[in-house]
Design a protein around this ligand. Structure first.
Ligand code: GLN
Length: 453
């Protein structure tokens, strides 16, 4: 723990941590030592880990990287971090993310973007670590922690993992409790780990998952021994390659990576089959209706009365307006406006209801394929490698949203998805493949993922 506390300090240039908690870490590490001596070690005993700043942590500032939460210090602990703590984990600090987890580059954080420890060959330009869990990914990749918690609403675990050469898994919706995690889009949000390899991710998820009656969508189902699935044979597994993921303009090197991944699985005994997920092209537009709609509702609570920052006004309405105008950054304001629009009378049926119908069709695409005997689906994790910080800042928001083209479908369908590093781009940056599984079959993803990494 001491070594990691020092690493976090020395790695401050990466802006991965938004708060370091060395005193807490050392106290918990000491308690871990005592438990180990007594032979009472938990699954994460003494492991120095980072926590995305979206998870509420008792007595430790939690901001979701938004000015509107100011120096909010929760009096309670998220279910996931509580489970990890009970399993012996040592928290090193809170990690950077996009404001309220809205973004794909971690550039919307009120603390500024974290820096990807990777560089393009022959260049000093700083690259994004991906988003929204960019701080988690940068910290794990730079060894500023052993692993980190993250959340994924439309790709925020898998895309930053892909950009940093780390492993990230978004489990099945309902696998981890959302209780105590700052809400973005509640029907899509899931917690999961970002770790250095598939085995670490399996160990971490095992400690993070589990039923919690405080989240009505959390599922009461035993947590399997995920670690036992790592390295398990993939012989006889049917792996589908969805033709709709061969999108226009996809770089040839991503296509080649995908083929190599399929070949590796085939060499290990899996059967590779071509499949179709016909509604894929509607996933991104439908996601960018459903997610902002839920966000506009969830973020209504930041009114200057109950949490964080308050900017006074002449009356309560003006106080709300002043607080929300000063507290929310531009991307969050955009989402709230889109969300309020698609939920408003007259537009609700045309946008929100239709997006929910599209969501059902996307889910059925996957159900059909799994019913046909496909065990997992292999796709690229992202349409490109990491890009430079600020490089897309002047582009339209839609260009940033296009980053999520391979990941949002999985949230829309509530399925588990893992991103596993699979090679380097021509510029020397990490590239990853994604495996998508049946509901609650994270084990197959760990088995197949360990063939690819
Ligand atoms: N990039 C997506 C968005 O901005 C997904 C973010 C996430 O998964 N939290 O909404």
């Amino acid at each position: 723990t001491r070594a990691y506390v020092e690493a976090a300090e020395q790695g401050r240039g990466l802006n991965a941590y938004v708060l370091e908690t060395p005193e807490i870490a050392l106290v918990r590490a000491k308690a871990s030592d005592d438990r180990m001596v007594k032979g009472e070690a938990g699954a994460l005993e003494g492991l120095p880990l980072g926590v995305k700043d979206l998870f509420c942590t008792t007595g430790v500032r939690t901001t979701a990287c938004s000015k509107i939460l100011g120096d909010f210090t929760p009096p309670y602990e998220s279910h996931v971090t509580d489970l990890m703590r009970r399993a012996g984990a040592v928290m090193l600090g809170k990690l950077n993310n996009d404001e309220f987890a809205m973004g794909s580059a971690n550039e919307t954080s009120c603390f500024g973007p974290p820096v990807n420890p990777w560089r393009r060959s022959g260049s000093d330009a700083k690259m994004v670590a991906g988003g929204s869990s960019g701080g988690s990914a940068a910290a794990v990749a730079a060894k500023l922690c052993l692993g980190a918690t993250a959340t994924d609403t439309g790709g925020s675990i898998r895309q930053p993992a892909a950009f940093t050469g780390t492993v990230g898994i978004k489990p099945t919706y309902g696998r981890c409790s959302r209780w105590g995690i700052v809400a973005f889009a509640s029907s899509l949000d899931q917690a999961g780990p970002i770790a250095r390899d598939v085995r670490d991710a399996a160990i971490m998820l095992g400690a993070m998952a589990g039923h919690d009656p405080r989240d009505s969508t959390s599922v009461d189902r035993a947590v399997p021994d995920y670690e036992a699935a790592v390295g398990r044979s993939v012989k006889g597994l049917r792996i589908g390659l969805p033709r709709e993921y061969r999108v226009d303009g996809m770089p040839a090197e991503i296509d080649a990576l995908w083929t190599r991944g399929a070949e590796a699985l085939k060499a290990a005994g899996a059967e590779i089959v071509d499949i179709s997920l016909p509604h894929t092209k509607y996933a991104l537009p439908a996601y960018y209706i459903v997610a902002p709609a839920e966000a506009s509702s969830n973020l209504a609570r930041y009114d200057g009365v109950r949490y964080g920052a308050r900017v006074p006004g002449r009356d309560i309405t003006e106080m709300y307006e002043n607080t929300r105008a000063a507290g929310f950054g531009p991307e969050v304001r955009r989402r709230i406006m889109i969300g309020a629009y698609v939920l408003s009378a007259g537009y609700y049926d045309a946008y929100y209801v239709r997006a929910q119908q599209v969501r059902t069709l996307i889910k059925r695409d996957f159900e059909t394929v799994f019913a046909d005997g496909v065990d997992a689906i292999l796709t690229p994790a992202t349409p490109s490698a990491a890009f430079g910080i600020g490089e897309k800042a002047d582009a339209s928001p839609v260009e940033m949203y296009l980053n999520d083209v391979f990941t949002v479908t999985v949230n829309m369908a509530g399925l588990p998805g893992i991103a596993v590093p699979a090679g380097l781009s021509s510029e020397g940056l990490p590239l990853a493949l994604q495996l998508v599984g049946r509901p609650f079959d994270e084990e197959t993803l760990f088995a197949a993922g360990s063939v690819i990494e």
